[in-house]
Write a protein that binds this ligand. Structure first.
Ligand SMILES: Nc1ncnc2c1ncn2[C@@H]1O[C@H](COP(=O)(O)OP(=O)(O)OP(=O)(O)O)[C@@H](O)[C@H]1O
Length: 268
């Protein structure tokens, strides 16, 4: 990791609510340059809302989000859009356009945001699809013709289209079999090491946390309970954390990470 601990995103006192339902209250979190930050928490604790408020899909009700040193809420729309172009987002269900083939899906942001000619954009799109581990003949397939794992890779290729500095992944391994999930985890690690982006990774997948994440942030009680290395997080006194990390699945994931040959997983 280059320039470790230098925050690229600083969230302070964040408030998010829907009507009278308060999701986040006084939430603080940093995302550091080049790190893979795992974000976990019980269902409905606001992991996706947090992601959405950082990438500009949900306007926060209070607090500040500084990205690359700029306070997002204070920026004029055009300037804000420019900052948001430095993000790549992979949504839970891929969010690909069903009427476009994969190369057209990935070329779209290049045409729309950079004004790249279609032929060049589609050539670059094929490169991004290869980077995401898809074979050349996948470029002309439509999303409906893909397996779940291929949809994730295609959505990743699109998230990588504009060479993001921060990649947001919302449950990237949900719905994948364990071997497909492990391969996807390794792909993210390899790409992060090669390209140097930071990753904000919402997940329920304990294996992903142990195999890929530099730090883990736990959301509970409307805020971040702890954000640190796994060894610190595991020792944090909290009933949800104890149950999550020290229950049977947590113990199995921890053992697999310390003895990768025992399972399919490989630790860096
Ligand atoms: N557009 C919305 N309108 C109203 N309430 C919403 C909206 N989006 C999210 N919420 C509520 O905000 C809370 C947090 O939702 P969020 O999707 O962020 O949870 P999560 O931690 O990602 O959950 P899960 O792990 O189940 O995906 C939930 O109570 C949800 O019902």
């Amino acid at each position: 990791m280059s320039q470790a601990n230098e925050p690229v995103i600083e969230i302070r006192g964040l408030v998010n609510r829907f009507g009278s339902h308060v999701v986040h209250e006084d939430l603080d979190l940093d995302i550091c340059r080049g790190e893979i930050l795992g974000v976990v928490g019980g269902s409905g604790t606001g992991k996706s809302v947090l992601l959405r408020s950082i990438v500009g899909l949900k306007r926060p009700d209070g607090g500040s989000i500084r990205v690359f040193g700029e306070n997002l809420q204070r920026l004029a729309p055009a300037r804000r859009a420019k900052v948001e172009r430095r993000f790549g987002v992979l949504f839970q269900r891929g969010a690909l356009f069903t009427s476009l083939n994969l190369q057209e899906n990935v070329a779209l942001p290049l045409i729309e945001h950079v004004g790249m000619p279609r032929t060049d954009a589609e050539r670059l799109a094929r490169l991004k699809l290869a980077l995401a581990g898809l074979p050349p003949d996948a470029a002309r397939l439509n999303p409906a013709e893909l397996s779940g794992g291929m949809v994730k890779r295609a959505a990743l290729a699109r998230a990588l289209a504009l060479d993001p500095e921060v990649l947001f992944l919302d449950e990237p391994t949900a719905g994948l079999d364990p071997i497909g999930a492990a391969a996807f985890d390794r792909l993210i690690l390899t790409l992060r090491d090669a390209l140097g982006f930071s990753v904000f990774l919402v997940t329920h997948d304990l294996d992903t946390l142990y195999s890929s994440c530099d730090r883990v942030a736990v959301i509970g009680d409307k805020r971040i309970l702890v954000a640190d290395t796994l060894s610190v997080v595991e020792r944090t006194e909290d009933s949800w954390i104890r149950e999550y990390f020290h229950g049977p699945r947590g113990r199995a994931a921890s053992q697999a990470a310390s003895n990768p040959s025992a399972l399919h997983r490989e630790k860096r």
